[in-house]
Design a protein around this ligand. Structure first.
Ligand code: GLU
Length: 478
């Protein structure tokens, strides 16, 4: 059997990190098995429609390197891949179920349904449709439909018996039919519900494995029944573990960002985010943690996906991002850092930026740190860290630092070793510890007390800038 899998997001306006994980697992499984990865847009809930959401989703997947083989704009003879363009299909299949007695027209008003729900909760039973319209003879129902009465189509769930299916992650799942609702399949606006559309499309698109988040597990028994009603072969199912906040609650916006776009904007590398998201539920079975997309394709399997919720740990993501930055060459990072610098209106040469990248690479957590954690590489400090100043700029420092400045200005080659030996010789002449010069010099050059090697930093800044900044500090810090 050839592997055909799909990622089927609703276009809500952004790609959730959980969605990225679902897309990634589908993609990895397809690539590993020479299969096809399909993107299907599930936009049947018209009230949730967001302009531009589909384009945004596609762009974000592309950014992450998760390319689909079939989907909007990439025909694979199973389209259209946008559900709102498939409406007549759903109507036909709903009619087919009605004709076979597997579904029925329901004319209950929302007021009536509300009343039923109220009574049920007063009696302490789970709210469920009470079957009021089940017994309406088909001819009578058809007449009411033709007369223009508002209706929905509901599936007829047997009162007895059970639904069984097997899940690649959860094993055998059994659900009693009596716990299932007569699910609405077609809404009064002529749109299908998720449940009908997903089954029809997964069948017509010849999906071999349905891989999705655990939140859809309670819906699967209804889908299985629909497959049986249509007489269609079941796909294999895999329900991925929930994503949790560190306090084990369901991953939510309240505790941090959930949109892939937010992580992208903050300067996480796509390689790191993909690596991190892959580990939310899967692991390779050994100590290795840093994986490229190709490594993941080679190693991924559902046998190594766990059942229990996966905690979204931002420290882990930060660590992974650092690892992915460190292994990149400076030249690789240049095209990523350059636009950030330009956005700030700073102009520096590529050669200069390569030096900055080289010095900062081991120190940054996110790409934006190449800017925000070391703005002193691009402009003179506008202020000096107060604590550092109190600690390191003593009354005598000004005198010491001006002597150092004179010495530095005489240097013919302004590289880190020459700068260091100049500083050490001044400290000997003045009979003071080197620290008495090092700390004030760092403060003068950067405005802060931490950063990369001072002598290398001074070398990159260059003699002119170093002298200017020392003089500036002398004026400001006297
Ligand atoms: N449209 C559903 C979602 O937004 C898809 C669920 C499924 O994959 O079946 O997640």
């Amino acid at each position: 059997m050839s592997v055909r899998v799909r990622f089927a997001p609703s276009p809500t306006g952004y790609l959730h990190v959980g969605g990225l994980r679902t897309a990634l697992y589908n993609f990895l499984f397809a690539k590993k098995n020479n299969g096809t990865f399909i993107l299907r847009i599930e936009d049947t809930d018209q009230s949730r429609k967001v302009e531009g959401a589909t384009e945004n989703l596609i762009a974000t997947l592309q950014w992450a390197g998760i390319e689909f083989d079939e989907g909007p704009g990439k025909d694979g003879h199973h389209g259209p891949y946008i559900q709102s363009q498939r409406l007549t299909l759903y109507t036909e299949y709903a009619e087919q179920l009605v004709a076979g007695g597997k579904a029925y027209y329901c004319f209950c008003t929302s007021e009536r349904l509300e009343e039923v729900r109220k009574q049920q909760s007063a009696q302490g039973i789970d709210p469920k449709y009470d079957g009021h319209c089940r017994a309406i003879p088909i001819d009578e129902a058809k007449k009411r439909v033709n007369d223009g009465e508002s209706y929905v189509v509901r599936m007829r769930v047997p009162d007895q018996g059970e639904v069984k299916f097997s899940d690649m992650i959860r094993g055998e799942v059994t659900i009693q039919n009596k716990s299932l609702d007569d699910q609405v399949l077609m809404k009064s606006d002529g749109f299908p519900t998720y449940h009908l559309a997903v089954v029809v499309d997964d069948h017509l698109m010849e999906i071999s494995h349905v891989v999705r988040g655990e939140e859809w597990l309670p819906s699967t028994p209804k889908h299985v029944l629909l497959y049986q009603y249509f007489g269609w072969e079941l796909p294999k199912f895999a329900h991925l573990p929930l994503l949790l906040n560190p306090d084990k609650s369901k991953l939510s916006k309240r505790q941090g960002d959930v949109a892939v776009e937010d992580y992208r904007a903050k300067g996480y590398l796509k390689e790191a985010l993909v690596n991190f998201v892959a580990f939310l539920g899967w692991n390779p079975g050994d100590e290795r943690e840093i994986f490229s997309l190709d490594d993941l394709i080679n190693e991924f399997s559902f046998e190594r996906v766990g059942k229990s919720g996966a905690v979204f740990n931002i420290e882990k993501l930060n660590w992974m991002n650092q690892q992915h930055i460190k292994v990149r060459t400076n030249e690789d990072l240049l095209p990523l850092v350059k636009p950030l610098v330009q956005e700030k209106g700073w102009t520096v040469s590529d050669e200069y930026l390569l030096h900055v990248i080289g010095l900062m690479k081991e120190r940054v957590v996110v790409m934006n740190d190449f800017i925000s954690a070391c703005s002193y590489f691009y402009e003179d400090p506008s202020a000096y860290d107060e604590t550092a100043r109190a600690k390191n700029w003593k009354p005598e420092s000004s005198g010491h630092v001006s002597i150092l400045c004179e010495k530095l200005e005489t240097l013919t080659s302004f590289d880190a070793p020459s700068i260091e030996s100049a500083l050490r010789s001044v400290s000997e002449e003045l009979k003071i510890g080197a620290g008495k010069l090092i700390h004030p010099l760092r403060l003068a050059l950067s405005g802060v007390s931490n950063g990369p090697s001072l002598f290398h930093m001074a070398e990159v800044l260059g003699k002119e800038t170093v002298a200017r900044r020392i003089k500036l500090a002398l004026e400001r810090l006297q």
